[in-house]
Design a protein around this ligand. Structure first.
Ligand SMILES: N[C@@H](CCC(=O)N[C@@H](CS)C(=O)NCC(=O)O)C(=O)O
Length: 224
């Protein structure tokens, strides 16, 4: 049994999608950003970085794991699934996982912050992060012209790490039309039952207006 601390964001969705793919039983603990629960003392014992996602593995002495990439690796190693055994093939998957963690996530995340949450519009910051996100999309698009999946010809945790970010491309006002291989891959994975279910965990939150959404979701980001 895994306890999952998460919120409805791309980094959180990676873990719920993986747990659904693996068919491991898990309990979801939604972390309320509006109440800054992720900064509370009890939660910092689980994730010292004060962010989601994090897991507790109840079957392994209440072992805690934070950082979404580390969680994907831990669960893949634990189950022996979605990560090749061969050293070179495994390294390729890890390379693309690291690329997602250090490139796609941070750049697209900052593009979103400067577009949607910044109290003043800073055109240089918006174009810098949007352009860098587009550059990363083109790297992925090229890769997916050469291999069926991001980590090679087998579906792996590299796909699960990348998909939730590409799935929210509209949030950063980037179209997938210029990235046909990436678009095809995004649409194909979107049909997998585990992606359909995992994407909406915790349950989809309906906001009445964009202002309400920005206020609730942006609040913690703007706290220094
Ligand atoms: N590198 C971390 C990033 C985690 C992260 O930035 N999580 C965001 C949601 S996607 C968060 O918890 N934001 C709330 C906050 O910054 O207080 C990971 O991949 O786990």
């Amino acid at each position: 049994m895994i306890e999952l601390f998460t919120a409805s964001t791309p980094n959180g969705r990676k873990v719920s999608i993986l747990l659904e793919e693996l068919g491991i039983p898990y309990t979801v603990y939604p972390v309320d950003f509006g109440k800054l629960e992720q900064k509370e003392e009890w939660y910092l014992k689980i994730n010292p970085n004060g962010r989601i996602p994090a897991i507790i593995d109840k079957d392994n002495g209440d072992f805690t794991v934070f950082e979404s990439g580390a969680i994907l690796l831990y669960l893949a190693e634990k189950t022996g699934k979605l990560l090749p055994k061969d050293l070179k093939e495994k390294s390729v998957v890890i390379q693309w996982l690291m690329f997602q963690m250090s490139g796609l996530g941070p750049m697209q995340g900052q593009a979103g912050v400067f577009l949607k949450y910044a109290p003043e519009k800073i055109p240089f910051a918006i174009s810098r992060y949007q352009n860098e996100t587009k550059r990363i999309y083109s790297v992925l698009n090229r890769r997916l012209g050469e291999t069926k999946y991001i980590g090679g010809n087998g579906f792996s945790i590299a796909d699960i790490a990348t998909w939730p970010w590409i799935n929210v491309h509209e949030w950063v006002e980037i179209s997938l039309d210029g990235f046909p291989n990436l678009k095809r891959w995004e649409e194909e994975l979107a049909k997998r039952p585990a992606f359909i279910k995992g994407k909406d965990i915790p349950n989809k939150v309906e906001y009445k207006t964009d202002e309400e959404k920005i206020k609730k979701k942006g609040q913690s980001i703007l706290v220094k």
